[in-house]
Design a binder for this molecule. Structure first.
Ligand SMILES: *Cc1c(COP(=O)(O)O)cnc(C)c1O
Length: 384
């Protein structure tokens, strides 16, 4: 079985006990995912359960303000409120077809844990989510949501009690329980086959958007823009346009304004390293990872993005918390659409491009809705 290479990046940089489980998973993926039965069942779940296809929306008011035609791919309208459902349905169904009875997942703020709990309930798979103790305390409502849907939440008390520790705990569980367990990784990160598998499941975003854009305007967009945490919604949008004359832009967490000691921009500012089983771009250990949006708060990034950066296919830029919050507010007020704070980084980058570049049509992936971010936003703006 071949591992997909992303230039110098990717691979399976894992300890011995994980080699066999990953090999088995890669084989199961290559066998099952191509079958008509799998594709038909997955398409039905994406339609009936998740709410696909999502529309593209011409943001008329923003377009008029900024002098470029801005279109939003509305992943915020999906069940669960974000693109994460595309991935958990794909991997959940694969686990079921491969005879697994149990899903495990890592989660930081809880969004991926909640999505995994949805897939577990739908597909009748026992579900356990690893979550750092710090995150469990901060994200009570997401812990409650997961339990409501029947998932068990395992509090991780080692290390810094955060996302990276939850990943380690989930990897150990996976190595020990590979016969009945599927590790449902939350983004295009980790050892092969996860980056290519999650990309394939998220590619539905760009496949739909490409067709919709052509139908609507008769041509391709000049630019495609998305926020990048692990990088799954961005790769999901970009993949269908990879051989087209469409410029790609990724927006990372660029830190708190002038405070460049804290950011979450491994592509714009990181170095090559190995993390969580893959070679990729990583933020230096002495930099504290920070983003106002929990979904962008990860020190690594998917290896395919590292390759896109190396070959110049995509330009990656850090967007500061303040820039993202301004875009969050502007999209809400101009169009009546409240974006997730993660997605607001992509919107902010699109508004910069509308003002500063020659691009006349810009397609932005609105990866999720902002309901989960109301408390954070209310702390930032006084609207009284
Ligand atoms: C989780 C999340 C992200 C970040 O994940 P990617 O893998 O980079 O897409 C972005 N937007 C929203 C709304 C999310 O929930």
């Amino acid at each position: 079985m071949t591992q997909e290479e992303f230039g110098d990046y990717g691979g399976r940089h894992v300890p011995e006990p994980l080699r066999e489980p990953l090999e088995q998973l890669a084989e199961a993926y290559d066998e099952v995912s191509e079958t008509d039965e799998f594709q038909t069942e997955l398409r039905a779940l994406l339609e009936e359960f998740a709410g696909r296809p999502t529309p593209i929306y011409h943001a008329r008011n923003l377009s008029e303000r900024y002098g470029a035609e801005i279109y939003l791919k509305r992943e915020d309208l999906l069940h669960g409120g974000a693109h994460k459902i595309n991935n958990v349905l794909g991997q959940g169904l694969l686990a079921k077809k491969a005879g697994r009875t149990r899903l495990i997942a890592e989660t930081g703020a809880g969004q991926h844990g909640v999505a995994t709990a949805m897939a577990g309930a739908l597909l009748d798979l026992e579900t356990e989510v690893y979550m750092g103790k710090k995150d469990v305390q901060r994200q009570e409502m997401n812990v409650f949501r997961m339990r409501l849907m029947g998932a068990e939440v395992n509090e991780v008390t080692r290390g810094g009690e955060g996302l990276a520790d939850a990943v380690d705990a989930a990897l150990e569980d996976f190595a020990e329980n590979v016969d009945d367990t599927h590790y449902l990784v939350g983004s295009v990160v980790g050892p092969d086959p996860f980056p290519r598998m999650v990309r394939d499941f998220q590619s539905v975003i760009g496949e739909e958007a490409r067709e919709q854009f052509i139908e609507r305007t008769g041509e391709l967009p000049d630019a495609a823009v998305a926020c990048v945490g692990g990088g799954s919604n961005a790769i999901g949008l970009f993949h269908a346009f990879r051989d087209d004359d469409v410029a790609f832009y990724g927006a990372e967490g660029g830190g708190k304004g002038a405070d460049t000691e804290k950011h979450a921009a491994p592509l714009a500012e990181g170095t090559d390293d190995v993390i969580h089983g893959m070679k990729t771009r990583v933020i230096d250990e002495d930099v504290e990872v920070h983003s106002v949006s929990a979904g962008l708060d990860y020190p690594g990034v998917g290896p395919e993005h590292a390759m896109y950066r190396a070959v110049g296919r995509c330009e990656y830029t850090g967007i500061t918390d303040d820039e993202a919050l301004a875009a969050f507010r502007e999209l809400s007020e101009a169009e009546g659409i409240v974006p997730a704070l993660e997605s607001s980084h992509g919107v902010a980058r699109a508004l910069q491009l509308a003002e500063e570049s020659d691009h006349e049509t810009i397609l932005v992936n609105l990866s999720g809705r902002g309901d989960k971010d109301m408390e954070t936003a209310a702390e930032q703006f006084d609207l009284s």
